[in-house]
Write a protein that binds this ligand. Structure first.
Ligand SMILES: *Cc1c(COP(=O)(O)O)cnc(C)c1O
Length: 376
């Protein structure tokens, strides 16, 4: 057993192919067969063989294999890496092929995939509140914790119990709080999805996603499906993601600490800025017991605030100097987003913040001057 920081740097040592300390960027799509060993294997054996001896990069390629070695270790399961977070959710939908999907507040792109499946194949969609009423064996329950865009924790165990009582499967999108912040397995998740574009990537320069399962059969099937759906992570992105993973723990720990400090500042200054600031959402402000149990490694670096009116919310990002007005999250740079620009269903007074690795006091100063300019 090694600690997280060590695994991030060494879990893929076994995949070394050359003596380079930094793994090379492999751009090859095809690899020479070993003419001295031309065994024909069946599909599921091929999967593991292709990780050792790559054949064609849609099936597997050296840095994707390394990324999967690291993520399997640190996410405590079998990790399958995809070209985006949404394609990893799509892969889960294709694999489980549920008749009914129970879904509530969640990432809009994930809901959009469900809508495509409803349009094309008649997938039934229900609210999370209706699990007891309508769920049947083979159905899929999808939750996010912490949930986008609020950064508020959802009681995972409660949904695991509800799903399992009906013979349904619980998929948890834990993009907002990967380990060490939250150990999602501990609360009954059957499969976990992460957008690796966010914290694992961490530099706003690559797209990737990952599904993690404890079940080797599911893992094999996902890999075979991925080979034919063509949704494996790209060559260059897998190199970038591997490089990012080396420093992942330092980054997310700092981001989590920073966010909690900033949220505390906001909470302590609600009265002072009451003509701008209406509400702050973050798991560090939740009082329920399950939140403490889930956020054992720290709180998500994402939080949201609402302002007193739409005009204030629309213009607040332009008043900030360090926070970039952009969508997405998880990068080393702090972002703010007037969320209405990318989620048509969201409250138009809401701003989502993704906290980076800057010094928290500088970020707090930036917010202070932003509030003061808004009040002026
Ligand atoms: C970004 C995000 C996704 C989608 O990931 P992509 O890598 O952009 O495809 C899914 N779920 C959550 C919670 C996200 O934040």
């Amino acid at each position: 057993m090694t600690y997280l920081a060590t695994s991030l740097i060494h879990a893929d040592d076994k995949d070394n192919r050359v003596s380079d300390v930094a793994p090379p960027i492999n751009v090859a799509t095809t690899f020479r067969y070993d003419n001295s060993n031309l065994e024909i294997c069946d599909e599921s054996e091929c999967i593991e063989e292709m990780d050792r001896n790559p054949v064609y990069s849609r099936c597997g390629h050296p840095n994707a294999t390394r990324v999967e070695s690291v993520l399997s270790k640190v996410l405590d399961g079998y990790a399958v890496v995809y070209n985006t977070g949404v394609s990893s959710f799509y892969a889960a939908m294709v694999h489980f092929n549920p008749k009914r999907l129970f879904i509530g507040e969640s990432y809009h792109g994930v809901r959009a995939i469900a809508d495509i499946m409803t349009r094309n194949y008649g997938l039934e969609q229900h609210k999370l509140e209706d699990i007891e009423k309508f769920a049947q064996p083979g159905d899929l329950i999808h939750i996010e914790s912490p949930v986008n865009p609020y950064g508020v924790s959802v009681n995972i165990q409660e949904y695991a119990d509800k799903a399992h009582a009906k013979g349904a499967t619980l998929i948890v999108d834990a993009t907002f709080a990967p380990p060490p912040l939250q150990d999602t397995w501990k609360f009954g998740a059957d499969i976990i999805v992460y957008s690796a574009t966010k914290y694992f990537g961490g530099h706003s320069d690559l797209l990737a996603g990952v599904l993690v399962t404890k079940d080797h059969t599911v893992y094999n099937k996902l890999k075979v499906d991925r080979m034919y759906l063509g949704t494996i992570i790209g060559n260059l992105e897998s190199f970038l993601l591997l490089r990012s993973l080396r420093t992942y723990e330092m980054r997310i720990s700092k981001q989590s600490e920073n966010a909690t400090k900033i949220v505390n500042f906001l909470k302590d200054n609600m009265e002072k800025y009451k003509n701008v600031l209406k509400h702050v959402y973050h798991s560090s402000l939740q009082k329920e017991n399950f939140v403490k149990e889930q956020a054992t490694g720290g709180h998500t670096p994402v939080f949201s605030i609402t302002l007193q009116n739409v005009e204030q919310a629309k213009h607040f990002p332009s008043k900030l100097k360090l926070f970039q007005h952009a969508t997405s999250l998880g990068g080393v740079e702090s972002l703010v987003e007037w969320r209405a620009l990318s989620d048509p269903e969201i409250d138009q007074t809401l701003l989502r913040f993704s906290i980076g690795c800057e010094n928290a006091d500088d970020l707090i100063e930036d917010l202070k001057q932003g509030f003061e300019k808004t009040l002026a």
